[in-house]
Design a protein around this ligand. Structure first.
Ligand code: SF4
Length: 454
């Protein structure tokens, strides 16, 4: 592996070809599969991160679709992605399309399909789907389905399964966030290298099996998922570890794909750990709550505070909160000092003086607000991971100096990625030294769980 290319094989549990799956497919699902053009095809999801896509794919399997995450990205990803992009596109676009083309080459165009989320956002993300479709057409792959499950298309075609899928997918997001959180707070302190990763992988597989159960009710699924989460907690508690308070705590924010996809960011979190830090990564659930809040504000702006849509949104939020409590509950002792904000609006209000959420949209408001929140939790530094030329990254980088001034000069640094990193170890090492200096003089103390030595 060249030191100038993203790390491959560094992702926990990634890489393996997806196994054969026996799925229960009733008439309605068979109809939906036909409508999507997915008969005899496996649906692949981009890694964001690997574990998150693994669990989201499990959620999609729960209704009878054959879905798995893409295998690990490698040099071919960049090569194939580079052949169909000009360099003006966002880096996540290059990785995503490169992986799709790699999988078509490996598995055959007749056997695969891809999930490509889309949104009407303030940046180029809304263009990803169009560009993938255009490039597939140019390459003669127009018969390879690209599914974009959004409330405006996919959900309606799977009829009564849509609400089941939304709820199961939310549980998959929660499970991913919790597993990632417990991994990142354990791995830097493990005594046996690889033990925390092994606990993560075993937990992912067990929880994935519970999430993907076919033909069970919401209640029955939760009754399978929560005990699997408890066993995951116990697996991590059993990892031999030496918890000491001197490691700087580094908050990690930034563009959602690049901060979660370890290939595109050269597995930066692992580099921080190797250089002596511990990371707190901004979660995916935060983004889900953010989009919910966006919808709430949009409805109010349209004079539809009292409307069916807002009532549905409100009730959906209640159910999501209930699942959140059920799944985070067993980790209450483990997450002392690692509590997430009670409401995404807290984060938005924190960023308001710098980037008002009424005018600025997307990761930029979340990244700046979360940096302030993490400062309050006793973090010793903030790293923003962004693709090179990312509109969100550029805006936050412009805002960070004033934010930093107001946060006792806590170190904040943006790391940009485009697949051609220089000396990341050196740059991270310098940042960790700054964080250590700040740690000695910081005013906001960190709260530690009981298992940390004094
Ligand atoms: S957030 Fe940045 S990298 Fe992602 S689509 Fe928008 S501009 Fe591109």
């Amino acid at each position: 592996m060249s030191s100038n290319s993203p790390r491959s094989g560094a992702i926990v549990g990634g890489g393996a070809a997806a196994p054969h799956t026996d799925l229960v497919q009733d008439a309605q699902i068979k109809r939906a599969i036909k409508e999507f053009g997915l008969e005899g095809r496996r649906l692949y999801l981009p890694q964001m991160p690997y574990g998150g896509s693994y669990l989201l794919a499990a959620a999609i399997r729960s209704i009878g679709f054959d879905a798995w995450p893409t295998s690990d990205s490698d040099e071919r990803t960049l090569d194939l992605g580079g052949r169909v992009t000009s360099g003006d596109e966002c880096y996540p676009q290059k990785i995503t399309i490169g992986d799709f083309l790699r999988i078509i080459e490996d598995e055959g165009r007749d056997n695969v399909a891809f999930l490509m989320p889309t949104a009407n956002g303030p940046c180029r993300f809304g263009q990803y789907l169009h560009l993938v479709k255009a490039k597939f057409d140019e390459l003669g792959y127009s018969d390879v389905p690209i599914v974009s499950i959004t409330s405006s298309d996919g959900y309606s075609s799977i009829g009564s399964y849509s609400s089941d899928l939304i709820r199961t997918a939310w549980r998959a997001v929660l499970a991913q966030d919790i597993l990632m959180k417990v991994l990142l707070k354990t791995r830097p302190y493990e005594k046996d290298k690889g033990a925390a990763d092994a606990a993560y992988q075993a937990s992912l597989e067990e929880i994935g099996a519970a999430v993907s159960l076919n033909d069970v009710s919401d209640r029955e699924r939760l009754a399978a998922v929560v005990p699997a989460m408890v066993r995951a907690r116990d697996r991590f508690r059993a990892v031999p570890a030496d918890y000491d308070r001197s490691r700087p705590l580094i908050g990690v924010v930034g563009e959602i794909f690049c901060r979660q996809n370890t290939f595109s960011n050269f597995d930066l979190i692992r580099v921080v750990e190797e250089q002596g830090g511990e990371c707190w990564l901004a979660d995916i659930g935060e983004w889900v709550w953010y989009t919910d809040d966006e919808q709430r504000r949009r409805l109010i702006d349209q004079g539809r505070r009292i409307s069916r849509d807002n009532a549905y949104r409100f009730m959906k939020g209640k159910v999501m909160r209930r699942d959140e409590h059920a799944m985070y509950g067993p980790f209450a002792d483990d997450f002392v000092g690692y509590e997430e904000p009670a409401d995404v609006r807290d984060v938005l209000e924190m960023s308001f003086p710098y980037l008002p959420y009424t005018g600025a949209l997307g990761e930029m408001v979340l990244s700046s607000g979360k940096a302030i929140y993490l400062h309050g939790k006793g973090a010793d530094g903030i790293i923003d991971i962004s693709p090179f030329t990312c509109m969100n990254g550029i805006v936050t980088e412009a805002v960070y100096p004033s934010l930093q001034k107001d946060l006792d000069n806590m170190p904040i640094r943006t790391f940009y990625f485009d697949g051609t990193q220089g000396d990341l170890e050196r740059d991270v090492g310098i940042f960790i030294e700054l964080a250590r200096t700040y740690q000695r003089r910081k005013k906001k103390p960190r709260r530690f769980p009981a298992y940390f030595s004094l």
